[in-house]
Write a new protein. Structure first.
Length: 198
């Protein structure tokens, strides 16, 4: 196993445990944001769903990468997209809505780690592979970022006069997730070394 895989797997495990730990602490201390009407309940549920998805994928991807699983190594970039979406969203919240210097510093470290893992992963092996590999990894990252964003904004449209936008957002989440899953499952044709002709 290369050094990159070891470092990024440990980073994902720490991130996954941190996300789960923060939400467990909020539940135990009763500091969850209040939910009033059905729209607020749906928004909170979808946000929890996005955080649960992030924590689960971070832990599973980190563990499987440690065991050298190729699909986990390919799916890493979707997970990094989710992580980038989460940290950007949380940084905006704790900077603009509920200023908290400690959380800003902690989230800043995770954001920098996510970006560093992405850039390092994009650069590695580019001499041995075609540019399709960079596009493949970037596409998975962007898909993860958009899925997280949609999961946290779709509930804003869950109203009688805008239900069609909510339905479209949910459908897009499903389609993007399924597409990313298919790309990871069939990744060999994109990540294999190009043939050399003499």
């Amino acid at each position: 196993m290369r050094v990159y895989e070891k470092i990024v797997s440990v980073f994902l495990l720490i991130l996954g445990v941190s996300v789960a730990g923060v939400w467990a602490l909020l539940i135990i201390t009763g500091e969850l944001p209040p939910a009033g009407d059905s729209g607020e309940i749906l928004a909170l549920a979808m946000h929890w769903g996005s955080e649960l998805l992030l924590a689960t994928l971070c832990l599973l991807t980190g563990i499987y990468i440690l065991f050298g699983n190729l699909k986990a190594q390919r799916g890493l970039f979707f997970t990094l997209g989710l992580a980038a979406g989460s940290t950007v969203n949380a940084l905006a919240h704790y900077t603009l809505i509920e200023p908290n210097v400690l959380m800003i510093c902690l989230l800043g470290i995770f954001f920098v780690g996510t970006v560093a893992a992405l850039i390092s992963g994009l650069i590695l092996n580019t001499k041995d592979h075609s540019t399709n590999l960079i596009m493949y990894k970037s596409g998975l990252f962007i898909s993860g970022f958009i899925v997280y964003y949609l999961m946290n904004t779709a509930a804003d449209y869950a109203a009688p006069d805008t239900w069609q936008f909510f339905a479209q957002a949910v459908l897009f989440i499903i389609v993007l997730s399924a597409y990313a899953g298919a790309q990871v499952a069939r990744g060999d044709e994109y990540t294999q070394q190009p043939k050399k002709y003499h």
